[in-house]
Design a protein around this ligand. Sequence first.
Ligand code: GDP
Ligand code: GDP
Length: 452
Amino acid sequence: MLPVVALVGRPNVGKSTLFNRLTNTRDALVADFPGLTRDRKYGQATFDRKQFIVVDTGGITGDEAGIDAHMAQQSLLAIDEADVVLFLVDARAGLMPADQGIAEHLRKVGKKVYVVANKVDGIDGDSESADFYALGLGNVYQIAAAHGRGVSQLLDKGLNPLADEFPEMEVVPKPEHEELTSDEQLERLKNLPIKLAIVGKPNVGKSTLTNRILGEDRVIVYDMPGTTRDSVYIPLERDDREYILIDTAGVRKRRKITEAVEKFSIVKTLQAIEESNVVLLVIDAREGLSDQDLSLLGFVLNSGRSLVLAVNKWDGLDTDVKDEIKREIDRRLGFIDFARLHFISALHGSGVGNLFDSVVEAYDSATRRINTSILTQIMEMAQDEHQPPLVQGRRVKMKYAHAGGYNPPVIVIHGNQVDRLSGAYKRFLMNYFRKSLKIMGTPIRIEFREGA
Ligand code: GDP
Ligand code: GDP
């Protein structure tokens, strides 16, 4: 499980600025429920080799009516699903009544809260943030989100206490002797069930698909309660392979929690992706590709997980509509060359069985042992076929390759000036390895090391 860090505070204190600094904003996921502009925004962040999820919200004005009330509601939901709350205040504006209101709420919920005085650039931070001690939430951390000042000290304090509680947040350091360590890692993976996460935005048919799968297969145990935040783990056996289905939708639809859409939780989705081996991303044929689909996809690609794409609700569509959908997918998802694409109907069951062939293929590709001499041979063939370009008059020379990890497969290439190879050449290599090794369903990562 990755810990969740929520950014709360009044509007304009700098929450978005801090969010952007902590995450790769390209992959921000917005819970954009109909009719609303800014709800909760989610991103993946890594700090000091530790991973976490950041949630940003519109803010709490203290004068809640209409859209403000909704915004405040979103902040409260974000606080609810957070492990740590960074409570931002504006050092330039000073202590405001709304800050007091937020503090009062935070004192009641019993989460780890850090008071963060932002915008201390160019002012006397100590004296301008002294007032915030009156919030009664302990130490006041000074930062300038726009410039990054104080942010790492804050995270150091905020994240380190979490490290014991959330071992998953520790990004595993790259071992020195990868071959050996990777084999052990591989052996371990081979003996475990395939963790398959079914993800997708609301109403694409995740529950229907999960029910369909469970209806067709022998469910070994299934009596696990889920909360809004946690997925349900369902052990499953199919064609002599063991799976753990990570169900983000909730097979048994649960009581309304705070709002109808709460069935769908982005935190749950992101954690499911992180915990899975293979992600089954479900897209709704009738809706076409949305920004939310693409953001989810961005997260999957970022995580390095194996991926199978399922376009659902393929039943009852006219041929020309189907052709149009296929063209759109081709055009917008063409860049993901490794994932198998299935057209299915969860409702009627068509195509559902075939999904598992791709899931197995993806998992096996991601956890296959690839030996050094084969990798080096393929690298040499690639180099013969397409010489790396000259860099400052000198030819880049790749010398040998070996496996640096699995799930996803990492190929480490040693040589001279290899870190100067262009993106285009790296893509060429990636495709060459993919085709030669017949790796399907998982991304491949290539790392370059200078020297032999
Ligand atoms: P949010 O509404 O809380 O998300 O606030 P924003 O991140 O949108 O920031 C509100 C305003 O404060 C913007 O004009 C930012 O450029 C500015 N701001 C954010 N962080 C800093 C900072 O560290 N220093 C200064 N001087 N301005 C900042
Ligand atoms: P979830 O929110 O992703 O779990 O989506 P649900 O499984 O609750 O499905 C949302 C709606 O889509 C329901 O009304 C389903 O009956 C419908 N649905 C799901 N799968 C299919 C399908 O394959 N074809 C059609 N026509 N409708 C579907």
